[in-house]
Design a protein around this ligand. Structure first.
Ligand code: CMP
Length: 140
């Protein structure tokens, strides 16, 4: 096992309902450290660039509109196997499939408005972190 970093986004449905602290508590209880964090309001173009891997999916336009609809909190989480651990803490993409106690089971509203995003692999984590943060902004 190795210490890793992963990119997390607390999405508009969650920031609108003032859930940032409750979601951060889930990360910290699981042993993940928040080593960088900022609240920003993405433009649709910035959301589109972040999610460009999904550009051909039928939900892409809706996803980009949603991500630009209100502020998000972007974060770098650090810990042992942080990428997989964060995905466990988040739960399945569709909250209907998410295990009890996970962020999406407790807070997500739908598959589209599912409260959090987390990187899915080391390569995407590195790319996604670099999209939002300069190295000097990450303090482990
Ligand atoms: P996320 O982990 O941020 O990665 C891509 C996002 O696309 C995903 O979470 C969902 O929010 C969204 N998504 C996936 N499937 C659908 C769908 N069928 N309809 C709307 N949004 C979706």
């Amino acid at each position: 096992m190795a210490t890793e970093r992963t990119l997390s986004i607390i999405k508009p449905d969650a920031t609108k309902r003032n859930l940032t602290g409750k979601i951060n508590a889930k990360f910290e209880e699981a042993g993940l450290r928040i080593v960088a964090q900022k609240r920003i309001h993405l433009t649709k173009a910035q959301a589109g660039e972040f999610y460009k891997v999904h550009a051909e999916r039928p939900f892409y336009d809706e996803l980009c509109d949603f991500m630009a609809s209100a502020p998000v909190v972007v974060q770098v989480l650090e810990g042992e196997s942080a990428i997989a651990k964060n995905r466990e803490v988040m739960g399945a993409t569709n909250p209907a499939d998410a295990d009890a106690g996970t962020i999406r089971a407790e807070f997500a509203e739908s598959v589209g408005e599912n409260s959090v995003h987390g990187s899915d692999a080391p390569e995407t984590a590195a790319e996604e972190i670099a999209y939002f943060f300069a190295g000097l902004e990450i303090v482990g």
